[in-house]
Unconditional design. Structure first.
Length: 755
């Protein structure tokens, strides 16, 4: 696909951007203003630094050479007329934090000021983005003044190295990606059911046994297919020290995660005496949640404290992540020791036992001068006194923690899970599900409106998570994070503006040639033609979107899509069942994959619909209209064509706005037990002519739904009705032995068709 340069124009040896063009920096600076001056960068220029061999000066020198081929020397005294000066100053009214910096590009000097080396490093990153990635002998830079600083103190990216393992070289490359975009926290997920990835010298079997599994799930979870290849790996303590030092130079804090009390199968395979049962255990080959967890006995706490002693010695971070998520209570309920401990400590139940577990670990880490952070499940049973919360199941956990005066990092799945699909699943590599687009990430606000001004102070920031069940190698990781990491960086820097998304999108597109020169694999879903169904006055319209609207061509009759097909100029009305095909064309050539979507039109399509309970924000689709937009969701993924209810029933009322004759009803449900999604217990259909009195006309039970794999088709005597009500009863509590046991199930539902 041909990618145009939106943000800079390279002609011969000249680089400049005019006042009318967008500033080619991500994240966007807090303040920038072009001037009438111009600086020529060539090999005669010197970098002036205050301190000999400072990392920031060396970094700038090396990256200017990498980008342009220019060799520039570093000096401590300003002897030359034209220089790039890196300067740490004592105070400045323009710079308000240790991460703040300013840049001034004038005729004879580029000056970067900061209060600390950290701010200086961020200034260097912005300057490097202003310099094109082109081999040349001279570059003219537009005069500019920039004053910049971030809004949030926690600007993070996560990487799971347990489901799939990544080399030390790639971990450093990943850290470089964070540094490029002024992110400052790397959350390194090091232990899991599928592999223990950190050397602990006191417990060598954690890596000799726990770091290796005898096979791996392949393909989609529901396929239940596995290979038989021994798989694993781990990082030695020397390797970790090297990576921590590498990150520190780039002003990035590494927060290690040591999972407890759940997701512990790899550790239990190595040391089964830490469990509630005798096992035997093996390192997990499939994904999901497992009942076997750490037993809260004294030998377990001794083990974890010894592990944490070595972790703390390796990682200087204030926070140690202890997980705390997805920990079933099945084994604890049937364990004499656990039940006796609940009585001894006057605990209410197993949830309070988990709080007891986490609190003991917190107290121990506090003696080491460290704080714990955990996933939002650590709220259940009571939050440990000093714990910070990472809110992943929406923002509710973060809100609850902030209201209790605890620090929070927002990481809701619907916005911040980069293992979700980012484009049309038909065109994407297999992913765990979801649909998290670049635009959706950019629209995220880490500070919920529910919090008071005082409570908002507890929101440290946000991070995106990369879980690797379906991400097998380095290039796949890159593909999943780029370009969504651009959106995250601007959100946490505090300069995102979802009302001006077009400006951001242009800066992203301008970055693509740079990524290519950096040999970074990235998603081009931004160019895909996407369709947004719209309902107006009881009619269904489809709005198409891509790089340029006047270059989309489409068909509705299943004919071949060509450069002479219908040109898209306005929303398309869908009045009968059809297949919409569309693609982006440029210079008479198709430049994007073909968007193809079947629309099924029935009496319910495009009608008014109301829900008694709203879908969970992470799986909201288009809200209620998702059920009447003519698109039937695919059961191979649960992306944007589905809406999800966490522990709630579906109750929907469709209003035809006049009496209609009906005799057949269809609806579809999705099940994926590994993701805690279950078919409903029952479905009931009611009709009414006044909207008040409803009569049941059809129903089915769980056996019918299960036997028909979620597709419900109910026929009934010909009836006349204005309103049709659907009640689908949530499965309820997930049974023991299943992923998520003890919690309430998710209900996923899609298109309602009435004939």
């Amino acid at each position: 696909m041909k990618i145009k340069h939106f943000l800079f124009i390279i002609l011969s040896v000249t680089f400049c951007y005019s006042q009318k063009e967008v500033l080619p920096i991500i994240p966007k600076p807090l303040f920038s203003e072009n001037t009438n001056e111009q600086f020529t960068l060539n090999s005669k220029i010197k970098i002036i630094e205050q301190y000999q061999d400072s990392f920031e000066a060396i970094y700038l020198k090396e990256h200017i050479k990498k980008q342009t081929g220019l060799e520039i020397d570093i000096e401590s005294n300003k002897k030359n007329i034209k220089t790039i000066t890196l300067q740490i100053i004592d105070s400045n009214s323009e710079l308000q934090s240790e991460e703040a910096y300013s840049i001034k590009i004038a005729n004879n000097e580029i000056l970067i000021n900061a209060l600390t080396n950290k701010g200086l490093f961020y200034g260097v990153q912005s300057l490097l983005q202003l310099i094109p990635y082109e081999k040349t002998k001279a570059i003219k830079l537009q005069g500019i003044k920039i004053i910049d600083q971030p809004k949030f103190s926690w600007r993070g990216m996560h990487l799971d190295v347990c489901r799939h393992f990544f080399s030390t070289d790639f971990i450093k490359k990943y850290i470089d990606y964070l540094a490029l975009l002024k992110l400052n926290t790397f959350h390194w997920h090091l232990t899991e059911d599928q592999g223990w990835r950190i050397e602990i010298k006191k417990y060598p079997k954690l890596t000799s046994v726990g770091a290796w599994r005898n096979g791996t799930m392949i393909g989609a979870y529901n396929d239940q297919k596995f290979d038989t290849i021994r798989y694993g790996g781990y990082y030695t303590q020397e390797e970790i020290k090297d990576i921590v030092a590498y990150a520190q130079e780039r002003h990035i804090t590494i927060v290690p995660e040591i999972e407890m009390p759940g997701h512990a199968l790899a550790a239990l395979a190595a040391y089964p005496e830490l469990a509630c049962t005798n096992g035997p255990f093996e390192v997990a080959q499939k994904w999901g949640v497992f009942d076997d967890v750490y037993c809260p006995k004294e030998e377990t706490f001794t083990f974890l404290q010894n592990v944490l002693d070595e972790v703390v010695a390796l990682f200087p971070s204030e926070y140690i992540h202890i997980g705390g998520d997805e920990s079933p209570k099945t084994r604890w309920k049937n364990c004499n020791h656990c039940q006796n401990l609940i009585k001894k400590e006057n605990l209410k139940d197993e949830h309070e036992l988990q709080s007891y577990f986490i609190t003991r670990i917190e107290k121990y880490l506090n003696t080491k001068g460290r704080q714990i952070i955990g996933w939002d499940e650590i709220l259940e049973g009571g939050l440990a006194p000093n714990a910070a919360v990472m809110s992943w199941r929406g923002t509710e956990g973060g809100i609850a923690a902030a209201k209790q005066n605890h620090n929070v990092v927002m990481s809701p799945g619907g916005y911040c899970y980069f293992d979700h699909y980012q484009g049309n699943p038909k065109n994407e590599p297999l992913a765990i599900g979801g649909h998290t687009t670049l635009e959706k990430v950019y629209g995220f606000n880490p500070i919920p409106e529910d919090l008071s001004e005082e409570e908002q102070k507890y929101i440290l920031g946000a991070q995106a998570n990369v879980w690797t069940e379906y991400i097998l190698n380095d290039k796949h990781v890159e593909y999943m994070i780029f370009p969504r990491i651009f959106a995250l960086s601007e959100v946490v820097w505090g300069t995102s503006d979802k009302e001006n998304y077009e400006n951001f999108e242009k800066r992203v597109v301008s970055f693509f040639p740079r990524l290519e020169k950096m040999d970074v694999k990235y998603s081009k879903a931004i160019y895909e033609v996407s369709a947004q169904p719209k309902i107006k006055n009881g009619r269904l319209w489809v709005q198409l979107k891509s790089g340029k609207l006047d270059r989309i061509r489409y068909t509705l009759d299943k004919s071949e899509l060509t450069n002479s097909s219908q040109l898209y100029t306005k929303p398309i009305e869908i009045s009968t069942s059809c297949t919409l095909k569309a693609a982006y064309f440029e210079d008479n050539e198709q430049k994007s994959t073909i968007y193809s979507q079947d629309f099924y039109v029935s009496k319910s399509t495009g009608r008014k619909i109301e829900l008694s309970e709203q879908p969970n924000p992470n799986y909201f689709g288009q809200g209620a209209t998702t059920l009447v937009n003519g698109i039937v969701g695919e059961t191979s993924n649960h992306g944007s064509d589905w809406i999800g209810f966490s522990g709630k029933n579906l109750e929907a009322i469709i209003d035809f706005e006049k009496q209609e004759t009906i005799s057949k009803y269809e609806i579809q449900f999705f099940q994926s037990k590994a993701s805690w999604i279950y078919y409903p217990q029952s479905v009931e259909i009611f009709i009414s002519n006044d909207g008040n009195t409803f009569n049941k006309i059809a129903q089915c039970d769980a056996n019918y739904i299960r036997n028909n794999r979620g597709k419900v088709v109910l026929e009934f005597p010909v009836s006349k009705a204005r309103y049709v009500k659907t009640i689908a009863k949530n499965y309820g509590k997930i049974p023991e032995g299943e992923p998520g046991s003890g919690t309430t199930a998710w209900l996923f539902v899609d298109e309602i068709e009435i004939h």
